[in-house]
Each structure stands twice: as C-alpha cells, then as structure tokens.
Design a protein around this ligand. Structure first.
Ligand code: GLN
Length: 263
C-alpha cells in the first residue's frame, strides 16, 4: 500500500519543526510496510492533486504567509475539490490561518485564505506562547476508528503541543473545533477552543512537532488517508507506542509545570 502526501510550501512554511509531522507520518507508515510518496509543492508550479491522499501545510510568519498566499489562492479550488472527496489535510498555525477565510495582519493587510474552514483570523497585540493541552473527547467522538482501536481511551484523546501566535482565530457558526483547551490560549486567546475540523481537514495552532507526541492523531490521519485511497475497510495495525506515549505524558506534565508566557 502507498499514500501520497503533498507538502505545501515547505521552504516558506516550516516553524518549530513542523516538518517533523511529515517524518512521523512517514515513519509510522514504514513500520507497517506502507509506502509514502512526498511531493514538495512550490510557488509557481502546477500539480495535479487528483491523487493526493494528504495535504500538509506548516506554520509561518506573516512574511511566509504573504509569500505563498497568491499561489495558494490559485491552487485553492483544486485543494478544496480534493477535500470534498475526503482527502486529508493537516495545517498548522500560519497554514491553518490560510485554510480559513483570511488573516488580517497587524498593519491591516488582509491575506486571503482558501476558506476550507469557516474561520477567520485577526492579528492582535498579544503574543500567545506556551505549551498547550487539548481535550478532544467531545470533538472526536464521531471518529469511529479511534474508538474501534481503543486509541481514544488509551491516550485519553488529548493533544499536546506548543503555540506561538498573535493571530486570533474566530470560528464561524458552521465550524467545528478540533478540541477544547485544558491549558493554553487556543484559537482566540480565550482558552476555549483549539483548532478546526472540516471533513478530513484539520487546522491547529499546535507546533511541536505535533504528530510524534500524539500518535493517536497521527494514526487517525494515516487511516483516513488509506481509506481515501483503498476504501473504507482499510485497517491499520497497532504499533507499540510506549515511547510515544511517554513523550506525550512528559509534554503533558510540562504544561502544568512550565509557566505560560504572556508578552
Ligand atoms: N503569523 C501568524 C501569527 O503570529 C502565524 C505564526 C505561526 O505560524 N506560528 O498569528
């Protein structure tokens, strides 16, 4: 079996090891004899996303976002069509903002997004930095495979990561968050919701990288990608996650011990 990943603009959008998310997907596939093909998407080049199983877009500063936004806009229709056909997408921070409707920078420039998510972002004077802990029990309760593999119970459906953003993301009435904040600022700094999900597309503020320390979420993404390519009866064998779970728990501990920085 094989899955094809389109890594969007890795040169302009890669903060705090976001690229490690690709490595985590690759490695967990390799351990199960699933091949991965990674295509690095660049500004100004054309691609046929018909065969995409996963899109990945990392975080980036305003400069990086401005650099890619026009090109992303040109590719937006094709990306959205793929997402309507259940292609998976994982977008982080600045990438998440551009999968929403727009990001308004501190100087008032409105960087258009591709509106996968019913969400929009405005820069604030507050910089939200720190370790984050997210509870995904309520927001992932319809992820039947998570329950089938006992993964939710095993990991208590928490996500751990690190946020650093000034943008505040507001979810529209139709938007579903990825989780509820236990510790951290989250989408809009109020500590309520974190991230967004639409079909198989996910947006989150969590850097880290996110996936190595949250193996249940990585497996969810891989399984959705396999099902996208091979059909709904695709299965994913369990791995021994002792090390990953230890890393997850260690990061969870830090959320409670390290101070959240408020600048
Ligand atoms: N420029 C955005 C913000 O600060 C995104 C930053 C990031 O991707 N870490 O809100």
């Amino acid at each position: 079996m094989k899955i094809k990943i389109y890594h969007l603009y890795p040169d302009a959008m890669n903060l705090y090891g976001d690229w490690g998310n690709i490595l985590a997907i690759q490695k967990r596939c390799e351990w199960r004899q699933i091949q991965t093909e990674i295509i690095e998407v660049k500004v100004g080049e054309n691609y046929n996303f018909d065969d995409a199983d996963i899109f990945f877009l990392g975080g980036g500063q305003d400069r990086g976002q401005i650099l890619i936004s026009k090109d992303l806009g040109l590719k937006g229709k094709q990306i959205k069509e793929a997402i309507e056909k259940d292609t998976v997408a994982l977008t982080i921070c600045g990438g998440y903002q551009l999968f929403g409707k727009h990001f308004k920078t501190a100087n008032g420039t409105e960087i258009p997004g591709i509106s996968v998510f019913d969400a929009w972002t405005e820069a604030s004077t507050e910089r939200m930095i720190g370790n984050v802990l997210v509870d995904c029990r309520a927001t992932t309760s319809n992820w039947e495979n998570m329950h089938r593999f006992g993964l939710v119970e095993k990991m208590h459906a928490t996500l751990v990561g690190f946020e650093n953003h000034s943008g505040k993301t507001h979810l529209g009435n139709n938007a579903k968050p990825l989780g509820h904040i236990i510790r951290g600022y989250g989408n809009d700094g109020t500590g309520n919701f974190e991230g967004c999900q639409y079909r198989n597309a996910f947006g989150t503020y969590l850097h880290g990288s996110l996936l190595p320390k949250n193996p249940w979420f990585t497996d969810h993404i891989i399984l959705l990608a396999l099902r996208h390519r091979y059909g709904s009866d695709s299965e994913l064998p369990q791995l021994d996650d002792a090390i990953e779970i230890a890393a997850h728990n260690e990061a969870k501990e830090r959320v409670y011990t390290a101070k959240t920085v408020h600048i």
